[in-house]
Design a protein around this ligand. Sequence first.
Ligand code: SAH
Length: 219
Amino acid sequence: MVAELQPDRFAVERQHMVETQLSARGIRDQRLLDAMASIPRHEFVEARYRNQAYEDHPLPIAAGQTISQPYIVALMLDLLHLEPSSKVLEIGTGSGYQTAVLTQLATHVYSVERHPELARQAADTLSRLGLTNFTVVTGDGSRGLAQYAPFDAIVVSAAASQVPPALFEQLREGGRMIIPVGPPEAQELQLVRKQGGKAVIALREGCRFVPLISGGDSV
Ligand code: SAH
């Protein structure tokens, strides 16, 4: 487990991030705060960005993608109300940072990334940190992972034009999905709950994510 890693030179900065960027903005779930205090975010960014790893903004990663701002990761995961027994689907592995946080909060994390290079690097980093309760799959996450469904929670880290139907289908009854929806200038986080087989949607904060690229899209 990550808790057994050697203390690193960023431990103080990481604790400061948790206090000033997360607790101070209303994140209260102690399991989540502990997870974010233990996962070494600097391991998920390129060496040249390491000194900014605990700052209050997103950072570039390979393939023109970004690692989300820590607060956005915390906000999204907070809204999922995860239990230690939860089985989670994540779309858009990117660096694997959020996957790592999820491994501390859930029993298993299935994560889909469309860029093979990012998927490989993320899986390498997660394994190097000694994490084991994750599966990274290369592919189009808008189709979900039917073979492992249903999921207790689904978190989408790229913006969709609408909630992909396959993802809603793969959510268990009573489950929660958090997904950014909308065009680049007008995205908002949506919390989707499955109740009686129907989607109950709560609109949350405005946000800015890279697009969810599906099927025939060429970007
Ligand atoms: N949570 C990530 C941030 C990832 S950025 C982190 O902590 O680093 C969003 C990611 O979604 C990008 O890596 C992008 O390649 C990926 N993505 C975009 N469309 C996708 C799709 N249809 N299926 C899977 N991944 C997708």
